[in-house]
Design a protein around this ligand. Structure first.
Ligand SMILES: *[C@@H]1O[C@H](CO)[C@@H](O)[C@H](O)[C@H]1NC(C)=O
Ligand SMILES: *[C@@H]1O[C@H](CO)[C@@H](O)[C@H](O)[C@H]1NC(C)=O
Ligand SMILES: *[C@@H]1O[C@H](CO)[C@@H](O)[C@H](O)[C@H]1NC(C)=O
Ligand SMILES: *[C@@H]1O[C@H](CO)[C@@H](O)[C@H](O)[C@H]1NC(C)=O
Ligand SMILES: *[C@@H]1O[C@H](CO)[C@@H](O)[C@H](O)[C@H]1NC(C)=O
Length: 362
């Protein structure tokens, strides 16, 4: 009797120990294409699928060649983006329905689309017309999906951290910018709460560090660098502090339970010669530590044990971006050479955990 019970228990324990290991290497990336030297989409998809543990991909448009290349790829989901300029027209249901028919329906269900991002950092544009049409466009697209009987795709919109008020420090005092909180963000969060869609944010510690907080920004320390006097919680990295500031802002409006997706984050591996904190080692540290951190399941001080679906910016270096640092956010060069080792190659798993090799064969 004892033995019969012990064997299944052993297997159960073994599986619970091993699943987090292999899952720990999964990650999302932004597949940006502001470049003139990138390989064709079907090669990119083949590379991602056969060589990496990337299982979520986000694109900044609805490029039909990319949508087609992702068809029938099991275990891979795609987030597509509505260009900001399409937002005003999509606030009308007939336009939303025709947009859906033209851009996405031809690829469903073979291409597994997870989210439609309506625009990118729309609030940061300060364009009143775009901002006014943002939520109506999200509502219309959601209704258009329902009318087309499409399930499994949710609608959201990524925000820059600039949507937070300047006084969102410490994290527990996070709030949305005055004038935008009740009028813009409360209705958007109500939409997310109703449709069970996530709030998307683009936190970039790279844009927030000072020389003395570089290690804090890179997750390179276990020290309590920052203490929140209100919650009495310690912060060891800036990413957690930024997410907790967002969460506090959401909670202040009553929507602390809405899921958060990190739609973009990253660190450049090269830049201007005089830029501090920019380089191969810094990019490797940030992206490598980020992947471990978000997959650890630890969550943040204010959101313990939560896993945030996270999309690194970016898959490739993009040579037509305006500045040297912006051109060098890629995990890979256009010839698929890794810019640095951040632990997302399939081979990383095997070399780092040889004892687990037999479990990782798929
Ligand atoms: C995807 O798979 C389905 C079912 O096997 C097949 O009918 C379809 O042609 C495939 N689509 C592409 C683009 O390969
Ligand atoms: C959606 O489903 C309903 C009920 O099954 C059906 O009447 C309707 O024709 C479907 N619409 C589309 C666009 O397939
Ligand atoms: C935060 O860090 C300080 C200084 O290291 C330590 O004394 C304190 O116990 C920590 N607080 C928590 C809640 O961990
Ligand atoms: C969020 O949705 C839930 C139902 O899913 C509801 O009970 C709750 O009141 C909503 N929150 C707000 C702030 O409206
Ligand atoms: C860095 O160099 C660029 C030119 O390459 C210059 O425009 C910029 O002002 C310099 N920044 C600092 C902080 O020295």
């Amino acid at each position: 009797m004892m033995r019969a019970k012990l064997i299944p228990l052993f297997f159960f324990l073994a599986l619970t120990l091993i699943v987090p290991f292999s899952a720990a290497y999964h990650v999302g990336v932004n597949y940006g294409t502001v470049a003139n030297n990138l390989p064709p989409p079907h090669q990119v998809v083949n590379f991602i699928k056969t060589k990496t543990n990337i299982n979520h991909v986000k694109i900044f448009d609805t490029n039909p060649n990319i949508l087609a290349a992702f068809s029938n790829i099991t275990g891979m989901s795609l987030t597509v983006t509505v260009p900001n300029s399409d937002i005003p027209s999509l606030s009308k249901l007939p336009k939303a329905r025709s947009w859906l028919s033209d851009h996405l329906l031809p690829f469903l269900p073979a291409t597994s689309i997870r989210y439609i991002a309506v625009g990118n950092e729309v609030i940061a544009t300060s364009d009143k017309k775009l901002i006014a049409h943002l939520l109506p466009a999200m509502e219309s697209l959601t209704l258009a999906l329902n009318l087309a009987n499409v399930t499994g795709i949710s609608v959201s919109t990524p925000h820059s951290l600039g949507v937070l008020s300047g006084s969102s420090d410490p994290p527990s005092s996070g709030m949305f910018r005055k004038g935008y909180d009740k009028s813009i963000f409360a209705p958007i969060l109500d939409f997310h709460n109703r449709t069970k869609s996530p709030f998307m944010v683009n936190p970039y510690p790279f844009f927030g560090f000072r020389p003395e907080t570089l290690n804090y920004a890179l997750f390179n320390t276990n020290d309590a660098v920052f203490f929140d006097p209100v919650t009495k919680l310690n912060y060891t990295n800036m990413f957690d502090a930024q997410l907790d500031a967002v969460s506090s802002a959401m909670k202040r409006l009553g929507y602390g339970d809405v899921d958060i997706v990190v739609a973009e984050t990253g660190w450049p591996s090269a830049g201007e010669p005089n830029q501090t904190g920019v380089g191969l080692d810094y990019a490797a540290a940030y992206n490598g530590n980020l992947i471990k951190h978000v997959n650890s399941g630890k969550g943040t001080p204010l959101m313990p044990n939560r896993v945030f679906e996270t999309y690194i910016f970016s898959l490739f270096n993009e040579n037509l971006k305006p500045s040297a640092s912006e051109q060098n956010f890629g995990l890979f060069k256009p010839d698929f050479t890794p810019v640095n080792d951040v632990g997302i190659m399939k081979t990383d798993q095997v070399t780092k955990h040889p004892s687990l090799e037999k479990w990782c064969v798929q």
